[in-house]
Design a protein around this ligand. Sequence first.
Ligand SMILES: Cc1cc2nc3c(=O)[nH]c(=O)nc-3n(C[C@H](O)[C@H](O)[C@H](O)COP(=O)(O)O)c2cc1C
Length: 373
Amino acid sequence: MPEFGNFPASAFASRSVLTHELDTEPEVGRRPIVPETGLTRGFKIGGVEIPNSLILAPMAGVADGPFRRICGSFGAGLTVSELANARALLLGLQPTIDLARFLGQPRPFAVQIFGFEPDIMGRAAALVESMGLCDIIDINMGCPVSKVVKTGAGAALMNDSRLAGQIIDAVKRAVSLPVTVKFRLGWTQNTINAREFTKMALDHGVAAIAVHARTKEAGYTGRAQWEQLAGLGNLCGSVPFIANGDIAKPTDIEDLYKISGCRGYMVGRHAIGRPWIFSELLGRPVPAFGMERYEVFRNHLRETIVEHGSKGVGLFRVHLFAYLRNHPGVSAMRYRMCNERDPVVVLQTGREFFLGAPFPDDDVYSIETLKEN
Ligand SMILES: Cc1cc2nc3c(=O)[nH]c(=O)nc-3n(C[C@H](O)[C@H](O)[C@H](O)COP(=O)(O)O)c2cc1C
């Protein structure tokens, strides 16, 4: 299994075949009954209706099917897959195909692919389209991980606009779905070229543009430089411009709109351990601390185990630590849980945090479901 730099080892872990029935969760993936207004109102990417302007960011090792489904249930108008290697897709490698496939996937959904060869990217996009997995193909041009950029893919494409344009052309030629791109401000602080790169992407006819307001050099450190997004919304005109980086609260939406004129808001890390952030940003009620949040946690753990089998507990760890970040003994808890493989212990830890109480006898359902998987 390939290693991808700083992403958690679980980022590219293989997926087990989905075995559960999905018609038992009517709440999940539900679309807003009342159309959103103002900055959170819906928009279109190509012909695809996005019911509101909030998007769950692609996050390898984090934004898997269960997490996308939960974020959708809290109102994310669009979710995006973890980045999938175009070559691996064409080779039919199951773990990569599974990054894009989840039976409970709320729609609309974008599958993100990465690579550096126009022909391979086009063929991989066509394969994804033929599988009927998604509504949008997104091209990654912002990944900073060394194993990706050293091949010339991800953020390296920001240093090669010509190749980036050829990739967009090849993908567009190969599919009928709308094609979008996600990139960063540039490679380094001294070589910021998001504006020129945006123009290039528009010239090649992309259907939407998302920009993470950091450079490749910055990785995930420092504050996102929203000021560098100024004017991009206007530059994009009728093509939706999506701003990304450090969105955490409703006033961020207003501020980002004022600075950039963006049409969409992409939320990443602040949704981890807090998937209800989408409801919060939409001005809807959020689950209260206690039983309501425990239920979110418990369902998330259960779905992760159903989806990933025995690897599920390990893959859930990033979410566990995020849900429990205000745990009174957080460092001791992290130390204790970092190798924990027993789902019942994980559930118990969550229960103690959210409810301040161990399992009652009548929580047999949770325990038995976890044990069965
Ligand atoms: C663990 C992790 C994995 C990520 N994986 C991807 C990815 O697969 N594709 C991508 O375009 N961006 C990826 N990103 C970047 C996010 O999509 C987003 O641009 C970045 O986290 C900034 O947004 P935020 O401040 O809201 O987190 C990843 C980020 C994190 C933290």
